[in-house]
Design a binder for this molecule. Sequence first.
Ligand code: T46
Length: 135
Amino acid sequence: MSAATWIDLPDRSDERGGLVFIEGCRQIPFGIERVYYLYDTRDGIARGGHAHKELEQLLVAVSGRLDVVLDDGIARQRYSLCTPTRGLYVPPMTWRELECFAPGTVCLVLASRYYDESDYIRDYDAFLETTRARA
Ligand code: T46
């Protein structure tokens, strides 16, 4: 598998409740240029189904749970996101599929770049070709 990895996030929870913070280039290996979140996810629906040429991201299930399947062109691995205190770092050139969303899940995504459709590879065969060409 590529450099996809779990990142444990600083948790300052106390008797009042939970508090987790994330600072660009500190707890995560990139500066944050964009934040978005997936919510109101529907039963049986999958998201993703693409890779990014340059984009780096951190995915955090701030509420609920979901599975993320990552594929670097050689191996495929399933990650279960189920806590707001741990994020999944997804490097560039990683095919991702998001599925098995529990009702009420909110998935926060921190991204290293602004939205740019030209950074997406949405065809799996093209993704494999690109990974082989870069190897
Ligand atoms: C990813 C997974 C985890 C924008 O205009 N700006 C944005 O910042 C984003 C993220 C999306 N969009 C537009 C592009 C599409 O017209 O929103 C629409 C839905 O995006 P998409 O089908 O790519 O959504 P997902 O959930 O399949 O993928 C998203 C991210 O696009 C992707 O980078 O890694 O979440």
